[in-house]
Structures are given as C-alpha cells and as structure tokens.
Design a protein around this ligand. Structure first.
Ligand SMILES: Nc1nc2c(c(=O)[nH]1)N[C@H]1C(S)=C(S)[C@@H](COP(=O)(O)OP(=O)(O)OC[C@H]3O[C@@H](n4cnc5c(=O)[nH]c(N)nc54)[C@H](O)[C@@H]3O)O[C@H]1N2
Ligand SMILES: Nc1nc2c(c(=O)[nH]1)N[C@H]1C(S)=C(S)[C@@H](COP(=O)(O)OP(=O)(O)OC[C@H]3O[C@@H](n4cnc5c(=O)[nH]c(N)nc54)[C@H](O)[C@@H]3O)O[C@H]1N2
Ligand code: SF4
Ligand SMILES: [Mo]
Length: 747
C-alpha cells in the first residue's frame, strides 16, 4: 500500500495581508462579555435577528444586536427558549469573538507542491476549490466505490454534507459526540429503558429533590438550562451528591462530596443498588409493574456491601449508606445523572447501565423530579429523491464488533481508514466539518496515520485549527452569526424549533456550509438533492409544514409547539410497553446477554498509576468549549491557558511551586509539546492531576492560543475501548513531571 505523505502545512505564512488591521484594533471593537445591559454599547439598532448559539451543542436560542453602523455588538438569550431562558452562558455571550477573530480562515486553500518540492497551501477561488473537492471524491468513487468515503462532523453544517454524502452513495457519517462522548450512556439506557437520552437530557432537574452527579461537573460543564435548573433546585432545598475525585465547583455546593478513587465508580453504584434492594427502599409498585429481573439483580449484588466498596472506592461505609438513604428519601424525585462525556475506562456502558438500574429501582424514569418524557417536533426534510442504497456501511468495517452501537463511531471510521487484511476496502476520503480531530480523537498518532492513508481530505472549518493543516483542500466557513442554517429541532418538555439567520454578511471570502454542499452537489450531478433555490425558500416551506412561517420565526426566533404524544410523566398505574425485548425496564439486560456481554454490570479493577505517575484527569472550564474557543478574543480575556491541578502532597514530594511550568510525560513516553503551569490545590486527590481540555494548540496561526497551556489530547495514547459499543475510554492514562524538554517544540 503506497503511503501518501501529508506534511502538516502551517497556514501562518499565507494571509499576512489580512493582519494589517491588527488584532488590537479589532479587539477594542468587541464588547467584553460581562456587559449585560444593552445600554453599555451605546445606541443599538432596533433591529435584532434570531440565532441559536454554535459555541457548544446545547444550542441556546438568542438575538443578535448590532449598532447603528451595522456592526454586530452582542448576542443575548431568547426569553422563550427553554434551553437558556433568556440567559446565555459566558461562552455564548463571547461567541461574538468568533466573528471578530482576525485569525479566521479567509479563503479556500488548496494543497500544492512548490518548486522546492515542499507542500504548501495556495489560495484559490471557490469554484476552483470546489472543483478539486468534487474531483477528489469522484475519483475515490470510481476507484473504490462511494462506500469508501466518510463524513466526520460536529456542528450544524454537518446536515448538508450528510445529505451530499448520502446522495453520493455513502452512509459513513460520524460525530465525535458519540464514541468520544455520550455513546455509552445511550447504549446503557437503551439496554435498560429501551430508549436513550439524547440532547438536551430529559433530566427534570428543576423539580428534583436529590441530584446525584457522578463525575458530571455541572457548573464547569456549562450546559446552560441544566446549570440554571440545578441552581434553582438547590435554592428550593434539593440535595446534591457529587461523586468526583476532584472538588469540582458543584462539589462545593453539595450536601455530600464523595472523593472517590478514580475508576472505581461501578463498585459504588453496585453497592448503592445493594443497599436499596436489601433495605427494600426501592419503589415496589413501579419495580413490580415495569421492570424485569429484580430477583436476578438481587442475587447479583448480594455481596456488594458498603464494607466491600470501602476497600475499593475509599468511600466510608457510613457515607455510602447515608447517601443511599438520601436518594431513597427523595424518590421518585431523584436523578442519578447519566453524565455526558462518559467514555472513561472502557467499561462505560456497564457503568451507565448501573446508573440506569439505580434510577429504575428508585422509580425516577418518567416521574416528576426524575426524568421527564421528552418530545421533539417532526419537521420534514425538503423533498428530494431517495438516497441510493450503499453496498457497505460503516458497520461492515467494524468486523462484527460493536453491534449495539446505535450511531457510527468517529474512531471506528478512523480505524477503518488504516488498511488491514480484514477490510475489503479501507476508507479513502474524508470530509471533515467542524471537528478538530487532532485534538478530539484519542491517540493522535493513529489519527495522523489514518490521514496519511487517505487519498483525499477536505476540511470545512472557521479557524486554522490543527486538522486544517492536514487537508488537501480547506473550505472556510463563515461563522454562525453570518449564515442561514437548518432549523434547530431539539427535544424538550415541549417540542420546539428555533431559527438562525445571518446578522451580517460573511466576512472575508467565507461561505456557509449549505452553499458549499449545494454547489458541490451541482458539480457532482446530485443537484436534485438540493432542489431549493434559496435557504429562505427551503426554511419557509419547512416552517409552513409545522404551522409557522419564516416571517413568524424571524419575529419570534423560537416557537414552542404543543405536545402530541401524551403526558410529561407516567400516570399512576399507567400500562407502558418499553422498547426492550421483554417490554419491561430491564434490570437484567436480555440484549446484552444475547450479545455475550454481562447482563448485569460487574466491577473490574483498572490499572493503577505506576510509582511517580498520576491519573491524567481532564474536564471543562466554564469559559471555554473544547479547543474551539481557545483563540476567541473575548474568551481568552477570561482564561487564556489551562493549569495543572496538583495535590499539595504531590507538590511537596516533587518540590513544585504554584505557577511553575512543567512538561508532562505519559506512560508511553509522550511528552507534552508545551509546559503547563502548576496550581497547587487540595481540590484534587493525591493520585491524580487535572487540566482543562482544549489548550496546548500547536498551530502558530492561532495567535492567542498557540503554545498556551498543555493538551490533554496529546497525552491520551492509551485508549480503553468499550467492547459493547466501541466508545473510546480516555481516562486510563498516567503522567509524570518533566522539568525540561530535549527536543525543540514542533508546530
Ligand atoms: N482529550 C480529550 N478529547 C476529547 C474530549 C476531552 O475532554 N478530552 N471531549 C470529547 C467530547 S465530550 C466531545 S463532544 C468532542 C468534541 O469534539 P469537537 O467538536 O471536534 O471539538 P472542537 O475541538 O471544539 O472542534 C470543533 C471544530 O469546529 C470548528 N468550528 C467552530 N464553529 C464552526 C462552524 O460554524 N463551522 C465549521 N465548519 N466549523 C466550526 C472549530 O474551529 C473546531 O476546529 O471531543 C471529545 N474529545
Ligand atoms: N464550559 C463547557 N461546558 C461544556 C463543554 C465545554 O466544552 N465547555 N462541553 C460539553 C460536552 S460536549 C460534554 S460531553 C460535557 C462533559 O461534561 P460532563 O459529562 O459533566 O463531564 P466529564 O468530562 O465526564 O467529567 C469531568 C469530571 O469527571 C471527574 N472524574 C474524573 N475521573 C473520575 C472518576 O473516575 N470517577 C468520577 N466519579 N469522576 C471522575 C473529573 O474530576 C471532572 O470533574 O460538557 C459539556 N459542557
Ligand atoms: S450553553 Fe453557552 S455556549 Fe452552549 S449553546 Fe448555550 S450559550 Fe452557547
Ligand atoms: Mo461531548
């Protein structure tokens, strides 16, 4: 197999001309995020345009305000939106910085070989760049079949490229929000209740009496509606139980903080199940009516006493008993929160099964203060011809593994791109839209190996992120503030829709994803799949199908529709058929048993750090979203690098001082590109260090983010794959401190 070398191309040398209007000048035009009064900006135009936020995937709906000269000034939350209730989080408010970021991608770029043989990017017209993309994809189709192409996507534009790829003949469409994020909880909950959670999670936090957070760090994890509901619930006297080796923000608001030894949560969960069954604290009527397998479960957890769990988790037996009691007292208005980024140690589906079982025993599923029954509007797609049926799908590339995965795996697509004798065709072309795979997928070496094996890769992004440096063609998308987009159609207590429309013309030579996909479709003879003439026409058609119109949505931004499929909660004694093999909530999973997996979760010990090494723990900061905001001028003003949380005991042992920069080396000898400053704090256990994900960018073109802090992604080289659904457990990595680095920093 001939290897096609892709040199990482620094976009830095290119658009220097664009920098003439220096950073400072632009920055001074940007409002600081903390100004909440409209008056702070001077006179604003009375016109406002609706949008929904693209800074994270909570997708809060908001209004964009401009000044009287027509410059975008600020985004505020839409009062009628249940995702945000009129208030955006700091990141959403700072989203304006994405628009003003002078480091943005500005022109289409094509990889070319210079006279000296060195690869470089050349600016191109849209027509030329899209021609190269259409030809690149067609060539792969002719040589290998359309099934050897894939779309990796995260964010709103993915829908258009998804349509394009399906029309082209491939269904290999994957987002990192599954196998790197919430996949295991979807599979664990489907195995138990016959349905997954999706987004926003139907957690009825506003009415809960007890919220149990297992590593779910709400508050740092800034998912807006949830954080608001949690703080309301605390005001109303709800108790919070936080299980986290780190004293998280929410741990400080909790009635109980259980600083668990990392990787032992299943032991705690099994013991809580044991306590609830042995003490008969479960909801007898609910369990009898709705569940399958109580006796089997009771026998299974018989020996999982608090004393047993103490030895494993370091949580004292009386605390385990007391917290079990606390949950039972609140039931059914109790939520054992499923979390969101749950790909930790490879047995994640089973951990989430234990979470689901605990909720089932306490009768919280379908109950007020537990989990409500969500509804989502059904908005039809604009009419198009049927998609061709591909002969192979991403599943065929998995070698019969991960049958219970209900969505494609981004990591699976990456694996299937590396040729192997088991594959009759490895994937040969990627469309990458709105995902910085280099920072996003664990084991960067493997991601890069996969990319080197591609015949063709096009990257659609707004910023010169690491992934763009590996592309054959880079297509610069305009930001969410400059474009029409698909309607936001998400589940909630009520079905609802939200509109995004441009507040300004796209800056530079950037275009929206829908425009690129439609143009490509035309070039590839697939124009019938994009039969609308304009987004206005398409959206108006869709909106009229659900009893609204573009004119109405421009005025209101968000529309709540009536529920169609019944009540928000189960009614007393209601007969319910769950979508499982037995029609019941399965405490014993027949689906897992049928695939040869443990039908009830088991505790398996995980590796411990060798002497001198520490668990590499990572999480979120309220001011940032992954790697996508680390160059945002507004948000770097709030936080411009990550720090390494180190327990004082460890700091003393290594002689580390607050603020001291250190490099990190992991168990596989990988050393961080950049040093990270130490923050000595009791808030992390002595066996772990902690950092916020998304920093340590190696692309110099990111003028504010380059070299700031360290990248957890780089140090995550051991991946603990979940055998049930292919989730990539990322918490099995250990690091030690290095005080200098031999090699020069590469970029
Ligand atoms: N090491 C490590 N890896 C992780 C995680 C972690 O905590 N640590 N978290 C995991 C989780 S939970 C998730 S959900 C994934 C998230 O993974 P990603 O979504 O890949 O995360 P980002 O790094 O923010 O990459 C988003 C990319 O989209 C671009 N972008 C932003 N706005 C737009 C737009 O409007 N249009 C286009 N076309 N592009 C845009 C950004 O510039 C950026 O390159 O990462 C997973 N991977
Ligand atoms: N501000 C902000 N908010 C975000 C995002 C963002 O980028 N920025 N991203 C969003 C996305 S896509 C996701 S998926 C979510 C992710 O957010 P969550 O699902 O809430 O969090 P996780 O990343 O799973 O967990 C992080 C927490 O787990 C703890 N932890 C580490 N190891 C263990 C362990 O062994 N046991 C236990 N019990 N806890 C442990 C860490 O100390 C940390 O507090 O956040 C969302 N919200
Ligand atoms: S939670 Fe914050 S960043 Fe996410 S969509 Fe809402 S306002 Fe935007
Ligand atoms: Mo995520």
């Amino acid at each position: 197999m001939a290897q096609k070398r892709r040199d990482f191309i620094k976009i830095s040398s290119l658009s220097a001309a664009g920098l003439i209007f220096g950073a400072q000048q632009l920055r001074s035009a940007i409002p600081p995020y903390s100004q909440t009064e409209l008056g702070d900006f001077g006179p604003l135009s009375s016109q406002r345009t609706p949008t929904y936020c693209e800074v994270c995937f909570w997708k809060c709906a908001g209004w964009v305000y401009k000044n009287q000269e027509g410059a975008i000034q600020k985004v505020v939350g839409n009062d009628n939106d249940s995702n945000c209730n009129g208030r955006l989080c700091p990141r959403g408010t700072g989203g304006v910085g994405m628009y003003y970021d002078e480091d943005r991608l500005k022109n289409p770029l094509i990889r070319v070989k210079g006279k000296d043989g060195k690869q470089t990017f050349r600016e191109a017209s849209w027509d030329e760049a899209l021609d190269v993309v259409a030809k690149g994809l067609q060539k792969v189709k002719e040589e290998h079949g359309a099934e050897c192409t894939a779309l990796l996507t995260h964010g709103s534009g993915g829908h258009y490229f998804g349509t394009l790829l399906k029309a082209f003949g491939s269904t290999n469409i994957a987002a990192p929000s599954y196998a790197q994020c919430r996949g295991p909880r979807e599979v664990g909950f489907i195995a138990t209740f016959g349905e997954g959670l999706n987004s926003p999670e139907p957690t009825d936090i506003r009415d809960t009496r007890c919220l149990v957070l297992i590593g779910s760090h709400l508050g740092e994890n800034m998912h807006n509606g949830q954080v608001q509901e949690m703080s309301d619930a605390i005001d109303k006297g709800a108790s919070i139980i936080t299980v986290d080796p780190r004293f998280s923000t929410v741990a400080s608001k909790s009635k109980f903080w259980l600083p668990i030894k990392p990787a032992t949560d299943i032991a705690l969960l099994l013991t809580w199940i044991h306590e609830i069954i042995e003490n008969e604290w479960y909801d007898k009527d609910y369990v009898e009516r709705y569940t399958y397998g109580l006796d089997l479960l009771k026998a299974h957890v018989k020996n999982y006493t608090p004393e047993w769990a103490y030895g494993i988790t370091t949580i004292k037996p009386e605390v385990i008993r007391e917290t079990a009691r606390e949950m039972a007292n609140a039931a059914p208005s109790v939520i054992i929160h499923p979390g969101r980024h749950v790909t930790w140690y490879g047995d994640d589906t089973q951990r989430l099964r234990a979470v689901a079982i605990l909720n089932a025993l306490l009768g919280s599923w379908g109950r007020r203060g537990g989990f409500y029954v969500p509804e989502k509007a059904s908005v039809p797609s604009y009419p198009h011809p049927e998609f061709p049926k591909p002969q192979r799908t991403w599943r065929d590339a998995m070698g019969g593994k991960y049958k219970l995965a209900d969505l494609a795996l981004a990591s699976g697509v990456c694996d299937a791109t590396i040729p192997s004798p088991d594959l009759n065709c490895s994937i040969k072309a990627w469309i990458v839209n709105g995902t910085n795979l280099i920072m996003t997928l664990p084991d960067q070496r493997k991601t890069i190996e996969a990319i080197q094996n591609l015949d063709f890769m096009v990257v659609v992004d707004t910023m010169p992120m690491e992934i763009t440096g590996y592309a054959d063609v880079v297509l610069p998308e305009c930001t969410y503030l400059e474009r029409w987009d698909d309607l936001r159609v998400v589940q909630g207590r009520e079905p609802n829709i939200a509109l995004r429309m441009p507040a300004a013309e796209p800056k530079y030579n950037t275009k929206p994803a829908y425009w690129m996909a439609k143009k490509l479709a035309d070039k590839m003879g697939l124009g019938d799949y994009f039969a609308w003439n304009s987004m206005e026409e398409m959206l108006d058609w869709q909106l009229k199908e659900v009893g609204s119109s573009l004119e109405e949505m421009k005025r209101i931004g968000v529309k709540n529709l009536p529920r169609e499929y019944g009540a928000l909660y189960f009614r007393d004694g209601e007969e319910i058929e769950f979508n499982t093999n037995t029609g019941k909530i399965e405490l014993y999973s027949t689906a897992l048993a049928a695939e040869g997996f443990d039908p009830m979760p088991k505790y398996t010990p995980h590796m411990e750090p060798p002497a001198g090494y520490y668990h590499l723990n990572y999480g979120r900061a309220p001011q940032h979203t992954f790697s996508r905001t680390s160059n945002n001028p507004n948000l770097t003003d709030l936080m411009d690098e990550n720090t390494l949380w180190v327990n004082p005991k460890v700091a003393k042992e290594w002689g580390l001082k607050n603020g001291q920069p250190v490099y990190l080396e992991n168990q596989d000898g990988v050393v961080s590109d950049f040093p990270i400053k130490v923050r000595v704090t009791e808030r992390t256990r002595f066996d772990s260090v902690y950092m916020v994900h998304g920093f340590g960018h190696a692309n110099k073109k990111l003028s504010r983010a380059f070299g700031k802090g360290a990248s957890d992604s780089q140090l995550i080289t051991r991946v603990l794959v979940d055998p049930i659904m292919g989730g990539t457990g990322m918490r099995g990595n250990f690091v030690t401190f290095r005080f200098e680095k031999e090699s020069e920093v590469k970029s």
